[in-house]
Design a protein around this ligand. Structure first.
Ligand SMILES: NC(=O)C1=CN([C@@H]2O[C@H](COP(=O)(O)OP(=O)(O)OC[C@H]3O[C@@H](n4cnc5c(N)ncnc54)[C@H](OP(=O)(O)O)[C@@H]3O)[C@@H](O)[C@H]2O)C=CC1
Ligand SMILES: O=C(O)C1=N[C@H](C(=O)O)C[C@H](O)C1
Length: 233
């Protein structure tokens, strides 16, 4: 498979390594200075760039019918527009706030726990995410997906960063050293607490998931999620 990398930073480099190990070829590394983007060479584009550049990168690919796997976070106010450009051009698209198998299992666990806890008024939920100091967005995309998972199963109406309000999930974002990504969800009452936590030890899981998604989307048109790729129940 011929892969183009949009963004060749920490994730782009890790994806290159894993993709080559799985027999794929990197045909382009696109960054802000790239003058001519060789869409005709690409079977798939993988975007791990920046919140500011992701939308233009992705939609440029759709206009050339190149399917896109996007892991960039912090640009989702334009997600619906990206979906309609994908559909209009009969291209393929998977966005995931987190491509790792472990986090996608954690998403399911989070929904299940939220369903069990809904209606138990003695418990309040809160979330903490910790990432490296170079991260541009807060809260993390993964924390937003986790909050959306809780909201779908409960009476919580939304989430807010560093703010306690009725029916709102408070999210705390910490930036420390080189932390690849740690997410904790806590339900607290006056007598006890329940916590679930996912800790990434490195970026390999994210990168492998993105390459597996790229393999999966070959020959497909439409908009999919990692749930489709991993076939989790
Ligand atoms: N979904 C998931 O599983 C994961 C998502 N992420 C997300 O992926 C994104 C990238 O993360 P990470 O690799 O750690 O970040 P990095 O900052 O290490 O890499 C981003 C790269 O994008 C480049 N870039 C800047 N502008 C453009 C442009 N217009 N087109 C293409 N590339 C551009 C940057 O170049 P320069 O440095 O020259 O500006 C940089 O090399 C983030 O949004 C992060 O949250 C990260 C890990 C997992
Ligand atoms: O920026 C990162 O590093 C990460 N970003 C994603 C997010 O915002 O959730 C995924 C992972 O946690 C690492």
């Amino acid at each position: 498979m011929n892969i183009a990398l949009f963004g060749y930073g920490k994730m782009g480099r890790m994806i290159e390594q894993i993709a080559q190990d799985r027999g794929h070829t990197i045909v382009a590394k696109v960054d802000v200075d790239t003058k001519e983007i060789p869409y005709h060479k690409m079977d798939v584009a993988i975007d791990f760039s920046t919140p500011e550049s992701a939308f233009d990168n992705i939609t440029g690919c759709f206009e050339h019918k190149v399917p896109v796997i996007c892991g960039t976070t912090g640009w989702l106010s334009n997600y619906d527009q990206a979906v309609s450009i994908c559909n209009k051009n009969q291209s393929g698209f998977i966005y995931a706030s987190n491509f790792s198998l472990g986090v996608n299992i954690f998403f399911e666990l989070n929904s299940y726990l939220a369903k069990m806890m809904s209606g138990l008024e003695q418990y309040n939920v809160s979330m903490e995410e910790i990432h490296h100091t170079q991260k541009l967005d807060a809260p993390s995309g993964t924390a937003i997906t986790l909050a959306e998972g809780i909201i779908a199963q409960s009476d919580y109406k939304g989430w807010k960063l560093d703010q306690e309000e009725n029916n709102i999930i408070p999210i705390t974002s910490k930036r420390e050293g080189m932390v690849p990504g740690t997410h904790t969800i806590s339900y607290g009452s006056s007598v006890d607490s329940i916590e679930i936590k996912h800790t990434a030890h490195n970026r390999e899981g994210f990168a492998l998931g993105a390459v597996i998604a790229s393999e999966w989307i070959q020959g497909k048109t439409g908009v999919f999620s990692m749930k489709d790729v991993l076939n989790l129940y």
